[in-house]
Every structure is written in structure tokens, then in C-alpha cells.
Design a protein around this ligand. Structure first.
Ligand code: ADP
Ligand code: MG
Length: 350
């Protein structure tokens, strides 16, 4: 479809979205009424998570196309459901859009959302659409006659489900537990650095894979769900702000400390080749947006956890242990320890 959103208006846009994403299934009321109606599976508890993405803060359209933006907006929320050990079911999308947005850009955005959600059977059931064009407020994003256009703002909400009592919280880590991460760490932050410096053109194979890890992270839905349903994880979080920060959340909320071994950090060949060991370790410790899972488990669960990797479709690496002392200690190859302080991304901090 050609043209701009201003040509079809809010309701035209909603109709278009509805026809693109299809019916959410029998017994579900999706787009078109005042509220959506759905049921979670019998005996399951509902999980709800929401995340907002703001142009200029979370994404930059110069190297993020609309399809990638859609994919990522959904993937970060799917990752939160994974981190609870849940199964995602439905999603809603609220967006403040520019009137000069092209229809093909809107289509790309929803294609990206669907490409993240459909493989997990997650269906669109509603949202809200508004214009980011206002007449009463100044905007750094430029103005046109009689008003100004604000940044693109997107909020995705995902509804999931978990067996009551089996959702994995951040509060359950106990002294003596092992600490694990899925997959590899630091790829996304290195990928972002490459994209910022050089864009998407002319990258070698390693760099292209690192950039893809930033643009299209894989939410670890299967891993999270298997760990939760088998009651193997005592605490879990997804790594959105960086290992040092997200481990910090588990430690604080569980009232425990940790030792992390530097030489056990799972670092991909791509990252090692591209950044070298020193920088790779920094990316792995503090880089955000890997959307891997960080979880703790009793040492008695080691065999079961190792055996789950194949089914989960991702590796689990033990990187340290939970201790009784406050804070996290990073131990190097020589056995020397130093404090591992949270230094990932935090909004409102200078
Ligand atoms: P209301 O005025 O009751 O808020 P709307 O006109 O905003 O209703 O929305 C009409 C229907 O379209 C609702 O079912 C709503 O969930 C859905 N909807 C609106 N915007 C979006 C969107 N961006 N993506 C998906 N569904 C949407
Ligand atoms: Mg509305």
C-alpha cells in the first residue's frame, strides 16, 4: 500500500492492522471492541508485562528499519515473559505515530511484531493509536506550520501464563546456588557500537552477526519456560541492562551476594574476533540488550539443568555462585577478586 497515515486516518490504520495480523483465535475478542476478551489456559495464572520504546532514547531509525523496530519491541517483552518462566499468549500495541508515516512503514512495523510473536503462537488482541503531532508543545523533532511532531513512541504489552507458584521471581536466590546465563554475553552491545560507528554497510561476517544480535535478539522463551515448569531456577531475570546491573537486581531482591568468575563468561567467537579479549569481557560484564536469561539454581540441579540445554535450544553456562556477603565479586584467572559494580544502562542517571 502507498501513501501516508494522514490519508487513511486512525480508523483506517486500525482496520489495516487488523487485516494484516488476522484473528486471534476462537473464543477471543480482539481488535474492534472497547476491550479485548481472552482466557488463560485452565488452572494457569496470568502474567502481564509492558515496555515502552522512545525514538532517540531506545532506537534510532537511521539504522533501525520499521520491521526491525517492530521485531525488537515485541522481543524485549517476550523476553520478560521468558524470564518469569512463562508462556506468552497475546499482545497489545500502543503507538504515537507521525501523520507523515508511510503505510508501508506501518506495515513493516507490524510485520516485524508478527515475526517475533507468531513463532510462539502469540496473537495481537488490541492497542491504541495516536498521533505524535501536537499544536501546543514545542518539540526538538522539528515543527511544521501550526504544530510540531514528537518522537515515535511505542508501547507493547504481552499477556502470558504460568502454572501458579511456578513463575520464577527475582527474589528466590539462596546462598550456595549456582549462577547461570544462557547463550553468550556482550554481542549486542558490541553490535550496537559497530552500528553507531559504521552503520549496516560494509561489515564483515562476524560484525554482521553481532549487529544482528543487537537488532534481532532471540527471546529465550523455551529455556525460561522449561526452567520454570521443572522448578529448576530459584531466581531469574533477563539481561536487558547488562550482567552487572541485572545480577545486581537479583542479589538485592534476594538479599544475597555473588562470586562471578571472569574466565567462565560465555563469550562468542564473533565477539572475541571483533573486540579482543579485554573489550569482550567488558561488553560481557556491562553491555546491555543481550536478552539472555540469568538464573540461579541449587547445585543438586546441575545434571538436570545440563540435560535441558538441548530441549531449550540454547547453552547454559555456570558463571559463579551465590554467597552470603553483600554485593558481587569478580574473580580473575589468578584468583584475585574485585567488586563487580552495576554499570549497565540506567535511565535518568547522568
Ligand atoms: P477506544 O476509543 O475504545 O480506545 P480505539 O478506537 O482506540 O477504541 O480502538 C479500537 C480498537 O482497535 C480496539 O479494539 C483497540 O484495541 C484496537 N487498536 C487501536 N489501535 C491499535 C493498534 N495500534 N494496534 C492494535 N490494535 C489497536
Ligand atoms: Mg483507544
Amino acid at each position: 500500500m502507498n501513501g501516508f497515515l494522514s490519508g487513511i486516518g486512525e480508523f483506517g490504520a486500525i482496520d489495516h492492522i487488523k487485516s494484516m495480523c488476522g484473528s486471534p483465535g476462537r473464543g477471543v475478542v480482539g481488535i474492534g471492541d472497547d476491550a479485548a476478551i481472552f482466557k488463560v489456559s485452565p488452572g494457569m495464572a496470568a502474567l502481564v508485562t509492558t515496555d515502552m520504546l522512545v525514538e532517540g532514547v531506545h532506537f534510532d531509525l537511521t539504522y533501525t528499519g520499521f520491521e526491525v523496530l517492530g521485531y525488537k519491541s515485541a522481543a524485549v517483552n517476550l523476553s520478560d515473559i521468558a524470564a518469569m518462566g512463562g508462556r506468552p499468549r497475546f499482545y497489545l500495541v500502543s503507538a504515537a505515530l507521525r501523520p507523515r508515516m508511510r503505510l508501508e512503514e506501518l506495515e513493516g512495523f507490524y510485520r516485524g511484531l508478527e515475526s517475533a510473536c507468531r513463532p510462539f503462537g502469540v496473537r495481537l488482541i488490541g492497542g491504541d493509536t495516536t498521533s505524535s503531532f501536537g499544536s501546543s508543545c514545542g518539540s526538538p523533532y522539528g515543527s511544521s506550520a501550526g504544530g510540531s511532531t514528537g518522537p515515535l513512541v511505542i508501547s507493547v504489552t504481552i499477556i502470558g501464563e504460568a502454572y501458579p507458584g511456578r513463575a520464577v521471581k527475582r527474589t528466590g536466590a539462596k546462598v550456595g546456588d549456582d549462577i547461570y546465563v544462557t547463550g553468550s554475553l556482550g554481542d549486542s552491545a558490541c553490535g550496537l557500537a559497530i552500528l553507531k560507528a559504521r552503520g549496516t554497510e560494509g561489515l564483515n561476517k562476524d560484525e554482521t552477526r553481532l549487529a544482528a544480535r543487537h537488532l534481532r535478539p532471540s527471546p529465550r522463551i523455551r529455556a525460561g519456560r522449561l526452567l520454570g515448569e521443572a522448578r529448576l531456577a530459584s531466581a531469574m531475570i533477563d539481561i536487558s541492562d547488562g550482567l552487572s546491573s541485572d545480577l545486581g537486581h537479583i542479589l538485592e531482591q534476594s538479599g544475597v551476594g555473588a562470586v562471578v568468575y571472569k574466565d567462565r563468561l560465555p563469550i562468542s567467537g564473533d565477539l572475541m574476533q571483533t573486540a579482543g579479549i579485554k573489550k569482550a569481557v567488558q561488553f560481557a560484564l556491562h553491555g546491555g540488550e543481550d536478552y539472555e536469561l540469568l538464573f540461579t539454581a541449587r547445585p543438586s540441579c546441575r545434571k538436570k539443568i545440563a540435560a535441558l540445554q538441548e530441549k531449550a535450544g540454547v547453552s547454559f553456562t555456570s558463571i559463579g555462585n551465590i554467597t552470603a556477603e553483600d554485593g558481587a565479586l569478580l574473580v580473575d584467572e589468578k584468583g584475585q577478586g574485585r567488586a563487580l559494580r552495576p554499570s549497565g544502562y540506567e535511565h535518568f542517571r547522568k
